[in-house]
Design a protein around this ligand. Structure first.
Ligand code: IVH
Length: 665
């Protein structure tokens, strides 16, 4: 009896997998969604009655009910490199010349693919089973997003075609959100007063980075496979054949893949797609041209960051024509006043655009744009569409837009920057600025406080509940529940989200402060270098400027920020309120204690960043420039002027081998 049930369960699973395959890989479904749902319900029922037979590879087990605490880090067995870009046919021809020269012949062919605008993912199958899914991260290490990727029905949990599958098979590809799902998701979010995602790529990335896989499951993500990572035995001797094998294994491959005999043919294929891309239900931002034969790829190799056997051909940004209905002035988080155009809504690259940035008043003047004008707008991969050109002036004699003399929000005087481009509201208590600062502070890339959206921030400011970042941490559920459109449950959710943000990593807090010129990347560098907010606050300007990739402008800005008594007071309040950022990497040894290193040139085994990290973990410091204080210069290939300077100052120069030895000693 039990055997019969187990057989029946396995049969149903096979059946469901076959329909997934027909739907996602062959694009030829045989049954309706309803019929599929019925099969699924039947399997669920049987499994519920026989829980002993439930296995992780069952189609019912895609969604984990338990949210994660955070993402673990995964080291990629084979690094995930990036790709060099080209923007026109001449650059492609030049690429082809380099290939021909390096291969010493013209006996090669290309495979042409769409460049899917989603995010890269690496799927690791061991013994046919999906064991890990990781994001690209920095190329060497990514986030373990297995729980979320398992919810994507286009990703098989088990590979098909049993016996010929390599024991280890890493499949790389793109996770994306279909444009139609993206539009629907934003519609639902607007209804729920949640902020919209700027484009399908952000929506896909946001959905993959959720700790609760049940939400990811509802986001309708999809997947195309386009490369292999580590494989215990190759699938084929060339790319085109290995994509065919992917399909046989049940992995979805984009159907619009073509072979080209030479670059001329490749260019023709690419140009055809620039027009046709709006017909697709997913976004592409260009084409990818790849050498087909693997042995030739091996000869071509890679530079530090990208393979020499492939190149992307990016499309020009998509454009649309519309009219300017009015021009508003917005206040940014540092007081910059930006003119923003309100447009007659128009569809552009899959989204309806109603507003476009005009950057600054110089730009406004240069474009000569005013109310009622017909303009061309474009999206060049950026989130905010831009007005690029005035197509026709309005017939009525509308006066040109006047440069504001006061802030539109607080009415205090607006001042032009020293370098002359920006006009700023210099009242630091301006509610408009405060709103932007809080929005940024709570944003995904910073403290990532869910549910604290613009509408709520507006209310918090209006009701004088919040006057700075620290006030967020003093809010109570009762205060929030008193606000408009705020049910008890949502008030509790907001408080929990704020509470959770207290222990975000240090770099997020540094980024969230909104120090001028300091974005996420520089915040990470600073957090790694100083390990505590206190140490960063005390840093001298020239010490800051010495840090690799920081430089004098950022150093000055950071230094000045922390010298300001008001900023100091807000930070004290933040810490008092219990904000306790998670400290980065703990020190592993004292082998290099007190030693100052400068890393220069390309190392063989370590990236520059890895070397710098290793130095810090061993108690040393890494600096961006050579001075008398430098103890060692770690030099790789093509070290440049830093090596010369070290020689001049008589500073010891070491190579990577010696460095690794020092770390071992
Ligand atoms: S091949 C070494 N093929 O583009 C690069 N990448 O700009 C191997 N992408 O990170 C990648 N569509 O996320 C490849 N058909 C395609 C692609 C593709 C989109 C993305 C991928 C990669 C990025 C590089």
């Amino acid at each position: 009896m039990a055997k019969d049930v187990s057989k029946q369960i396995e049969r149903l699973r096979e059946e469901i997998r076959r329909h997934d395959y027909l739907y996602y890989v062959l694009n030829q479904p045989e049954i309706s969604d309803r019929q599929y749902d019925r099969l699924f319900a039947e399997l669920k029922k049987l499994e519920a009655a026989n829980p002993l037979f439930v296995t992780a590879d069952s189609p019912t087990q895609r969604v984990s009910e338990r949210p994660l605490e955070g993402f673990a880090t995964v080291r990629h067995a084979v690094p995930m490199l990036s790709m060099d870009n080209t923007y026109n046919a001449d650059e492609l021809t030049a690429f082809d010349e380099r290939v021909a020269k390096q291969l010493g012949s013209r006996d090669y062919d290309y495979v042409i693919e769409l460049k899917i605008d989603g995010l890269a993912i690496s799927l690791r199958y061991e013994g046919s089973m999906l064991v890990t899914a990781a994001t690209r991260g920095n190329g060497e290490m990514g986030d373990d997003v297995t729980a979320n990727v398992r919810t994507i029905r286009a990703v098989p949990l088990v590979l098909m075609d049993g016996d010929k599958i390599p024991a280890v098979l890493e499949v790389r590809g793109e996770v994306y959100m279909p444009t139609s799902s993206f539009v629907e998701l934003n519609r639902l979010r607007a209804e729920a007063c949640e902020s919209a995602f700027a484009n399908p790529r952000n929506a896909a990335a946001g959905s993959l980075k959720l700790l609760d896989a049940r939400i990811t499951a509802a986001r309708n993500l999809s997947f195309f496979a386009y490369a292999t990572g580590q494989v215990s035995e190759p699938l084929a001797s060339n790319h085109y054949e290995s994509l065919k094998r992917f399909r046989e294994l049940g992995l979805p491959v984009n159907p619009n893949i073509k072979k080209a005999r030479d670059i001329k043919e490749a260019i023709e294929i690419c140009d055809g797609w620039s027009e046709k891309r709006s017909e697709l239900d997913y976004q592409i931002d260009g084409m990818v041209i790849k050498i087909n034969r693997f042995e030739q790829r091996d000869i071509l190799g890679a530079t530090g960051r990208a393979p020499r056997w492939c190149i992307s051909y990016k499309f020009a940004a998509e454009q649309a024509e519309t009219t300017i209905e009015s021009i508003d002035v917005q206040v940014g988080k540092s007081g910059i006043l930006t003119p923003v155009a309100n447009l007659t809504p128009v569809l552009l690259a899959g989204t309806t655009v109603k507003r476009a940035s005009l950057h600054n008043f110089d730009e406004l003047k240069r474009l000569g744009v005013g109310q009622g004008d017909t303009v061309i707008i474009e999206k060049a991969g950026e989130i905010i569409p831009q007005v690029v050109e005035v197509k026709a002036k309005a017939t009525s004699n509308v006066p040109l837009f006047e440069i504001p003399k006061t802030c539109p929000i607080c009415n205090s005087i607006a001042v032009k920057d020293e370098d002359g481009v920006y006009i700023r509201c210099v009242n630091r208590d301006c509610p408009g600025q405060l709103k932007e600062r809080l929005k940024y502070f709570a944003g995904r890339g910073q403290m990532d406080i869910e549910n604290l959206g613009p509408a709520l921030i507006d209310q918090l400011i209006e009701n004088r509940l919040v006057g700075n970042f620290a006030d967020l941490y003093k809010l109570s559920e009762i205060q929030l529940a008193g606000l408009e459109r705020m049910a008890e449950k949502s008030a509790a959710n907001v408080i929990t989200a704020i509470e959770e943000s207290k222990t975000r990593p240090l770099w997020r807090l540094i980024a969230a402060l909104g120090i001028r010129h300091i974005g996420g990347r520089s915040a990470q560098i600073l957090a790694e270098h100083f390990s505590s907010l206190n140490a960063l606050m005390k840093a001298a300007e020239n010490d800051l400027a010495e840090i690799d990739q920081i430089g004098p402008t950022m150093a000055k800005s950071i230094y000045e920020y922390f010298r300001d008594p008001e900023n100091h007071s807000v930070i004290d309040q933040l810490l008092d309120a219990g904000v306790k950022p998670e400290q980065p990497e703990t020190r592993r040894s004292d082998k290099l204690a007190g030693k100052i290193f400068v890393v220069t040139g390309t190392l063989e085994n370590l990236s520059r960043q890895q070397a710098q990290q290793a130095i810090r973990q061993a108690g040393g410091k890494s600096s961006g420039s050579v001075s008398k204080k430098t103890d060692f210069v770690l030099a790789g290939e093509n070290p440049g002027s830093k090596l010369e300077k070290a020689r001049k100052l008589g500073i010891e120069v070491i190579d990577e081998k010696r460095f690794l030895k020092m770390m071992e000693e």
